[in-house]
Design a protein around this ligand. Structure first.
Ligand SMILES: [Zn+2]
Ligand SMILES: [Zn+2]
Length: 366
């Protein structure tokens, strides 16, 4: 085996350490709560039953959403965003960046693109050799372009993006519920053990487990709460973590609220419009991950892809921009978009079957 291959295998193996750590903590918390607290410490049958029912409810929802966040494959750009063979060969032969950009502009004129690089160029990933759809970014950890990439999360050893963002939010929500429930129910026994009021359980190890259970649950509560509130704020603004760090650049300039459609529609973009599915880790996000409704759609929306060209762009600067709703976005309701969507769904069906620190992998686009 080549040394680079061995190195990559080692890296892939090591990347699972944070996930295994979380899994071990969760398994221990299950044992400590169910066996040491409910079975051996609590004497009241009614209290035992109520605690066990609510505990298992939050435990199942937490494990389900965590599982889906880890094992949902990140969605990648569809074939339409790859350069056709002839253009690709020409692109590789070209040495001048201007000529390469010209090839990209030509191919991009058939694609529904609103955003570009800070310098006004077409966003192209040399590594994946693909024109990046709006909100798509290359993740260096996964070594692929990920649709609506949010961040690469080491605690789930996966990229959080279009395909699993809802699962990630639910994972944060249910881990918070899980930790809050444990902390709230364990508190009274924590105090009793701490003040030596409860030492007749016959199991000296129960004290150790219950004391630690409270500390660990409280610690996770504080760290998850901050991350969860931040992501709820991002969902309300329809902004990814990457976009919060660096505003997307549209043909009218950079606009951090470019994808914001208003609070209710922003929520629906991630959770879908059917409230009964909001709390379940099943895929209900709107769209195909390749195109997104934008807040500001130029009056000449029909020619949106053409106006991306730098020359055409100069003429467009004087044209006023007016906010249009999703339904008025002519580009998105165009036949071409419908075809793209269908093709994408056929080619690339989404397998719809945390932490205090996150890493954000971003590529340079200037
Ligand atoms: Zn890429
Ligand atoms: Zn990644």
């Amino acid at each position: 085996m080549a040394p680079t291959h061995v190195l990559r295998c080692c890296q892939r193996g090591l990347a699972w350490i944070p996930v295994i750590f979380i899994a071990l903590v969760v398994c221990w918390s299950y044992y400590a709560f169910v066996v040491e607290l409910c079975v051996f410490t609590i004497r009241n049958i009614g209290e035992q039953v109520i605690y066990l029912i609510f505990f298992h409810l939050s435990f199942v929802m937490f494990v389900w959403s965590y599982w889906k966040t880890i094992f949902t494959k990140p969605a990648n750009p569809s074939k339409e965003f790859c350069l056709p063979k002839a253009e690709k060969e020409r692109y590789e032969r070209e040495e001048r960046p201007e000529s390469q950009q010209e090839i990209l502009w030509r191919v991009a004129s058939n694609l529904p693109l609103y955003t570009r690089t800070g310098a006004g160029a077409i966003r192209y990933c040399d590594r994946c050799q693909v024109i990046k759809p709006d909100r798509c970014h290359h993740c260096s950890a996964c070594d692929m372009c990920v649709l609506k990439m949010d961040h690469h999360c080491p605690w789930v050893n996966n990229c959080v993006g279009f395909s699993n963002y809802k699962f990630f939010i639910l994972f944060l929500a249910y881990s918070l519920v899980y930790c809050l429930f444990i902390a709230a129910t364990v508190l009274q026994y924590f105090i009793k053990f701490w003040t030596n009021e409860l030492n007749d359980t016959g199991r000296p190890q129960a004290k150790f487990h219950v004391l630690f259970l409270f500390f660990v649950a409280a610690m996770f509560c504080i760290s998850i709460l901050s991350l969860f509130s931040y992501h709820l704020w991002l969902v309300g603004k329809n902004r990814s973590t990457i976009e919060a760090f660096r505003a997307p650049v549209f043909r009218t300039g950079s606009d951090k609220n470019g994808f914001s459609l208003g609070f209710r529609k922003n929520i629906a973009q991630v959770f879908g419009d059917q409230k009964k599915y909001w709390l379940l880790p099943v895929f209900t996000s709107q769209g195909d991950g390749l195109t997104f409704p934008t807040r500001l759609v130029n009056a000449d929306a029909e020619q949106a892809t053409v106006t991306l060209h730098p020359d055409a762009n100069k003429c467009m600067q004087d044209v006023s921009v007016s906010p249009l709703s999703e339904s008025h976005n002519r580009l998105l309701s165009s036949e071409q978009h419908a075809n793209n969507t269908e093709n994408h769904l056929a080619d690339n069906p989404l397998k719809s079957a945390a932490s205090e620190t996150i890493t954000v992998s971003m590529e340079s686009e200037s």
